[in-house]
Design a protein around this ligand. Structure first.
Ligand code: SFD
Ligand code: AMP
Length: 635
């Protein structure tokens, strides 16, 4: 076995991840840390310029409230999010992000991000909350500001974080390894901000073979945030709320611009429009079936009913939408000009954020102005942003949060000194790229305040502990090395399991028992219990993961992270005995919404010492009065 050197880094605030939330955190933390003489360190498994969900760019900023121009109120946004999540949301967290998000967007523009403008110089909206951007370099722009703020000596790129270093209920920092050289890292910090995104590939993806990495959510976000917070002993929320976006099929191009900007219809193979024909189904979902816009999961569900009835494929009627807008432009010449413009916008929508969808159009001779494209529901993902909700249970702000939701520092988890933002924090959906950046700023400011006010001692980790963590982290390399010659085919070996095989086993299990694509997103108690039984065996076998090189070592730990996300999900879906989010998942044994018993959060906690899980309900408390009464209630 090759030698690994150990590098220890001491800091005050440790930011884990280099995505939207982490970049927001870096900018804000640098400002406050300077005033207090504190050190801030950021660690990303990849290169900050192109890491995370925004790596390929984005074509829209999906959260902009427009407070400056009086376009909307904070309450409007909170109402929108609560409705979209079928009543389950932390209003205090959503409102806190909503009141800060516009300033993040204005910063992006100042840093050089082109936001579309209309003739009067106002932002071009895709929908009520969404702004159109030329966003291919969105992440590079946001990363540059973060890197300038922190200084490159405080940024560790290509270092994979494995987990937290705990001393009882105190978090001393994090450990991990370089994915480029043989170095094991120990980061010691007074406060840690978790922003390592959500998780994809926990469920079997629709795409296979070399196409497997083309999922909607980026394959490099693999559940590190959930693993970290669970292993720190933090309370988690909404672990049952997986997110399933409807996307252009196979390459996962976005649909928002088509539905909202181009006002396109989606129809089944026989021309029927599920949003119209299946409208009566909405009556079955209580008050949530009556709100506008119709919640994302219910929109999904109506389409899924068509697919289950054998009416697929479902098509986005791009040709119809484009021709209609062009025709409305005026005479033949004006219509032709408009058509060209729309054609360019349609291609740019993909080229800015999902280049592979543009490649697929080109490869399959699709001209959107002539031909419809298939859309489909994606496999499930775990995220605290977009229309997902899973993540850590964090404190709200003192002036907005009910007392049950406030424990001293905004965005701090139930573990002192561990803060979470973006996809890592739960029950504050619809924060998207801009809201994640804003939440990172909120969390970082609070984390600096925590260090200044609480004055935590500089953590120390003794040498024996460091050696034990190092041995545990590198074990898959040792296991592979010891047994690799006992079979002639290195993929199949009775003494180890390689990460690719392990991942397939996890995905098959989740797909078949926890309601993945092939089981039409449907599950039940017997299926979930069977899934849990198999997860126990999988966990046992995770001790035998084998890695041939550094890259596979990363793959091993990514899959351990995914496995914990899977377990949190299965346990929570099992606990909530109702169907609240059809279109995300359906419990065939409890097929209805049950407001009386389940209008609540389901939270869970893992005891890192015993491995025991605790599941419980938490009440949904409102920050605002009932609709019609507009002022904030506060603490
Ligand atoms: O159209 C480790 N999102 C969109 N938001 C928008 O505002 N507009 C859009 O147009 C968006 N669209 C979209 C979006 C997401 C995706 C995947 C696609 C399209 C294809 C949502 C936002 O992108 C999302 O809300 C934010 O990016 C969330 O921010 P954050 O910081 O929570 O996650 P991140 O940016 O992915 O960053 C995660 C970071 O963690 C690192 N990391 N580092 C160290 N060790 C480990 N073990 C780590 N594991 C992960 C990552 O490298 C990364 O730096 S649309 O579809 O809606
Ligand atoms: P998407 O491209 O699906 O990620 O959508 C981008 C934004 O538009 C998100 O804020 C979605 O919630 C919203 N959106 C997408 N489709 C619809 C729709 N049919 N009705 C209302 N909002 C939508």
């Amino acid at each position: 076995m090759v030698d690994f050197k150990t590098q220890e880094v001491e800091t005050d605030l440790l930011i884990l991840g280099g995505g939207m939330a982490a970049c927001g955190a870096a900018v804000e933390a640098a400002y406050w840390a300077k005033q207090h003489g504190l050190k801030v360190t950021l660690v990303d498994k990849a290169a900050v310029d192109r890491s995370g969900a925004v790596a390929m760019g984005l074509s829209a900023i999906n959260q902009y409230v427009g407070l400056r121009d009086g376009q909307n109120t904070i309450k409007d946004y909170v109402d929108y999010v609560r409705n979209d999540l079928m009543g389950v949301t932390r209003e205090d967290l959503v409102a806190n992000i909503a009141r800060h998000v516009d300033s993040s967007v204005h910063l992006f523009e100042k840093w050089g991000l082109p936001i579309w403008k209309d003739e009067k110089g106002g932002y071009v909206h895709e929908g009520r909350w969404q702004l159109m951007i030329n966003g291919e370099s969105y992440k590079v722009v946001v990363a540059e500001a973060a890197k300038n703020a922190l200084g490159k000596e405080n940024i560790f790129e290509r270092v994979f974080i494995v987990g937290p270093i705990m001393d009882g209920d105190k978090c001393l920092g994090a450990y991990g390894f370089s994915v480029r050289e043989n170095t094991f890292y120990v980061f010691k910090a007074k406060a840690t901000l978790v922003a390592m995104g959500g998780a994809v590939h926990v469920f079997k993806p629709r795409n296979s073979g070399e196409g497997q990495g083309r999922a909607w959510y980026p394959p490099w976000n693999a559940g590190a945030s959930t693993f970290f917070t669970l292993k720190a002993g933090a309370e988690m929320t909404c672990q049952e709320v997986r997110f399933i976006p409807v996307r252009f099929k196979d390459a996962y191009g976005p649909v928002g611009a088509w539905f909202l900007l181009f006002k396109s219809r989606a129809t089944n193979a026989f021309g029927g429009e599920y949003m119209v024909e299946r409208k009566p189904e909405l009556e079955n979902w209580g008050a949530y079936g009556k709100v506008k816009p119709i919640p994302a999961n219910l929109r999904n569900y109506l389409g899924m009913l068509d697919v289950m009835a054998g009416k697929g494929p479902i098509y986005m009627r791009t040709e119809e939408a484009i021709q209609k807008i062009a025709a409305a432009a005026g005479d033949e010449k004006a219509a032709k000009k408009k058509l060209k413009e729309l054609e360019a916008e349609a291609w740019e929508d993909f080229l800015d954020m999902t280049i592979s969808q543009a490649i697929l159009w080109a490869a399959s001779n699709v001209s959107p102005e002539e031909k419809s494209s298939e859309i489909a529901a994606a496999e499930p993902y775990f995220i605290g942003s977009h229309s997902g909700a899973s993540g850590a249970w964090v404190s709200g702000p003192e002036d907005l949060a009910p007392k049950e939701y406030f424990w001293g520092y905004e965005s701090m988890s139930t573990v002192k000194g561990v803060f979470c933002a973006g996809d890592a924090s739960g029950a504050s959906s619809h924060k998207f790229s801009s809201g994640s950046h804003a939440e990172g700023r909120i969390a970082a400011k609070a984390a600096v305040r925590y260090i200044v006010q609480e004055k935590p001692a500089a953590p120390s980790v003794d040498a024996t502990r460091v050696e034990a963590l190092k041995a545990e982290t590198l074990k898959p390399l040792a296991t592979f090395d010891e047994f690799k010659n006992t079979t002639t085919q290195q993929d199949v070996n009775p003494n180890y399991i390689r990460p690719k095989m392990f991942q397939m086993r996890l995905q098959k299990l989740m797909d078949e028992y926890a309601g993945g694509v092939t089981s039409q997103f449907t599950t039940s108690r017997p299926l979930l219990e069977k899934g849990m039984e198999l997860l126990v065996f999988l966990k046992e076998d995770s001790e035998k993961l084998g890695a041939a090189d550094l890259h596979e070592l990363m793959r091993c730990w990514e899959n351990v992270h995914r496995m914990y996300q899977a377990e949190a999900h299965v346990r929570t879906v099992l606990f909530r005995e109702e169907t609240r989010w059809p279109g995300y998942y359906f419990r065939s044994d409890f097929p209805k919404l049950n407001e009386e018993n389940w209008h609540c959060f389901v939270n869970c906690k893992l005891d890192p010492a015993t491995g025991q899980w605790e599941m419980y309900k938490r009440p949904i408390l409102h920050m605002f009065k009932q609709p019609g009464e507009h002022e904030l209630l506060g603490g």
